[in-house]
Design a binder for this molecule. Structure first.
Ligand code: HEC
Length: 172
């Protein structure tokens, strides 16, 4: 695969993740917005959106690393910033799952967020973090400058999970 092709396909992935919001807008002009509204208090809203922007930044850094032919670096970023063990995933853990083990990762904010999220949304968040952990494993196997296809396929599962939750929920 040529580097330009790699970067182009990676770019499409990222656009896919963000495009959801814009697409949703288009549909809205013709059909009602069916996303379930979330009634979060102001500080939780800000916290959610801040988490989201950092998810998106992580995704961009992952795509850059893949474009540079560095799978292990892409995997490391995914593991630390999006994966199941990342601090951002704490709020999406099954209730009680992290209580004993790495409770240091579970900030007060994450615990509160976990309580405000509907169960289905938490499950969708968990699925996204799980896909990011799977991607990390796949990307780590990529030899320097090697074929990024398997990693890109795994990364697409992550962005599909971003999109699924965006299609289902919105802040009030
Ligand atoms: C469990 C649900 C869920 C998952 C998974 C999820 N998001 Fe979000 N995201 C939301 C919600 C809810 C909003 C607010 C949307 C609204 O109110 O219109 C949002 C908003 C955003 C925003 C806008 C931030 C802002 O400051 O306005 C970005 C960017 C974003 N998400 C990126 C991502 C990326 C990238 C991923 C995947 C790596 C992701 N999200 C996964 C629920 C989710």
């Amino acid at each position: 695969m040529k580097a330009t092709t790699i970067i182009a396909s990676a770019g499409i992935l990222v656009l896919g993740a963000v495009g959801v919001a814009a697409q949703q807008q288009d549909h809205m002009s013709m059909a009602p917005d069916t996303r379930r509204p979330l009634d979060f208090p102001d500080h939780m809203r800000r916290h959610l959106l801040m988490n989201m922007r950092s998810h998106f930044e992580a995704l961009g850094d992952i795509v850059s690393a893949l474009g540079a032919g560095d799978g292990p670096k892409a995997g490391q970023i995914a593991k630390e910033r999006l994966g199941l063990e990342s601090p951002a995933a704490a709020a999406c853990q099954k209730p009680g799952a992290k209580a004993d083990s790495e409770s240091s990762h579970m900030s007060h904010m994450a615990a509160m967020m976990g309580e405000f999220m509907p169960e289905q949304m938490r499950a969708m968040g968990f699925a996204m973090h799980e896909a990011a952990s799977d991607f990390a494993v796949e990307a780590a196997k990529m030899p320097p400058g090697g074929d990024p296809k398997p990693a890109l396929i795994a990364l697409a599962k992550v962005t599909q999970n971003c999109a699924a939750c965006h299609a289902a929920y919105r802040l009030k």
